[in-house]
Write a protein that binds this ligand. Structure first.
Ligand SMILES: N[C@H](CCC[C@H](N)C(=O)O)C(=O)O
Length: 277
C-alpha cells in the first residue's frame, strides 16, 4: 500500500508524520523499526500519527513511536511539528489545537512567526508516577551505576525522564552513561536521560539520550523535565532558555505541582513523500 508522509523536524529531532485522517494503515513494531532505519527506510527519531480524536472535546489524537518501534506517551518537539502539519494540510484552521495523547492532552498554539507554544501539562513528580523505584519523593536521588553514585532528578512529562546536572555538556558521558541509565532497573519503563549544564538561573545547555532513539539533536519533553528538575533543586527561575545541540527552546514553569510546563520553539517541514507500507 502506498502511503503519503511528511518529513519534519523540531530543532533536528526528526519525524515521519503520517495523516491517518485521510488514509488508513496498520503498522507493526517491526515495520516502524524498518521505516526508522536511516539506510533501509525513511529514517527518523520518532513516527507521528495524526488521527481523529476518540474524545469529542479534542481536535485530534496524536500517537508517537520511537525508532525502536516502542509507542510512547508524549513528544514535545513532535507536538510542535504536529501543529504545523495539521495547519499546512488544512486539517484545521484553528490557531489553538487540543490534541489527545496516550495519557492526557496537549494544547498547541501556532504563532504567525512559525513558532509553536505547547502546554505540556503539569509534571508528575511522585516516583511511582514517573515511574522510578524510590521510597519517597525527593529533588535528587543517588543511583548506583557501574560502581559509581550518580545524582539524578526524576520527572515525568507524560514520559519518564532522569536529569543529571553536569559541568560541561560537551564532555558529558552521554554515550556511555546515557544507555546505562536509560535501561536502569530503577526505571521500570526505561527513561530519557538529560545532561544539563547550568549557565545561569535562566539559561542552560542540555543533551538528551532518548529512550528508544539514542542521543537526539533536541528533546522537547527533555527540555521541560530539565527545567522542572532545576527548579526543584532551587537553581533555575520560572523562564529558562534551553540550548540543545539542534537549537534553542523557551521553557516556563511557575513551580506549582498543578502548573503546566510551557514550551515554545520552531517546527520545520523538510519534504513530502510516499512509501510502500
Ligand atoms: N524518546 C521519548 C519520546 C520522544 C520525546 C522527544 N523526542 C521529545 O521531543 O519530547 C520517550 O521514549 O519517552
Amino acid at each position: 500500500m502506498l502511503v503519503r508522509f511528511t518529513k519534519m523536524h523540531g530543532l533536528g529531532n526528526d519525524f515521519m508524520v503520517v495523516d491517518l485522517v485521510t488514509q488508513r494503515i496498520r503498522l507493526s513494531e517491526d515495520k516502524v523499526r524498518k521505516l526508522a532505519d536511516r539506510h533501509l527506510g525513511i529514517g527518523f527519531d520518532q513516527l507521528l500519527l495524526v488521527e481523529p480524536p476518540t474524545n469529542p472535546e479534542m481536535d485530534f489524537r496524536y500517537r508517537i513511536y520511537n525508532a525502536d518501534g516502542s509507542e510512547v506517551e508524549h513528544c514535545g518537539n513532535g507536538a510542535r511539528c504536529f501543529a504545523r502539519f495539521v495547519r499546512d494540510k488544512r486539517l484545521t484552521n484553528k490557531d489553538v489545537i487540543a490534541v489527545e495523547t496516550a495519557n492526557g492532552k496537549a494544547i498547541l498554539t501556532i504563532f504567525p512567526d512559525n513558532q509553536v507554544e505547547v502546554d505540556m501539562g503539569a509534571p508528575e513528580l511522585l516516583p511511582k508516577a514517573v515511574p522510578f523505584v524510590a521510597q519517597e519523593q525527593s529533588a535528587v536521588y543517588s543511583v548506583d551505576v557501574e560502581s559509581q553514585h550518580v545524582d539524578i532528578s526524576v520527572v515525568s512529562m507524560g514520559n519518564p525522564h532522569g536529569v543529571l546536572v553536569i559541568d560541561d555538556t560537551d564532555s558529558a558521558p552521554v554515550e556511555t552513561l546515557g544507555p546505562l541509565l536509560e535501561a536502569h532497573t530503577r526505571f521500570p519503563a526505561k527513561a530519557n536521560i538529560g545532561f544539563m549544564q547550568i549557565l545561569s538561573s535562566t539559561e542552560v545547555k542540555l543533551r538528551v539520550y532518548e529512550r528508544g532513539a539514542g542521543e537526539t539533536m533536541a528533546c522537547g519533553t527533555g527540555a521541560c523535565a530539565a527545567v522542572v528538575a532545576g527548579r526543584l533543586r532551587g537553581i533555575l527561575d520560572e523562564n529558562v532558555k534551553v540550548h540543545l545541540p539542534g537549537g534553542d527552546l523557551q521553557v516556563s514553569w511557575k513551580g506549582g505541582e498543578k502548573d503546566s510546563v510551557m514550551m515554545t520553539g520552531p517546527a520545520a517541514t523538510v519534504f513530502e513523500g510516499q512509501v510502500f507500507i
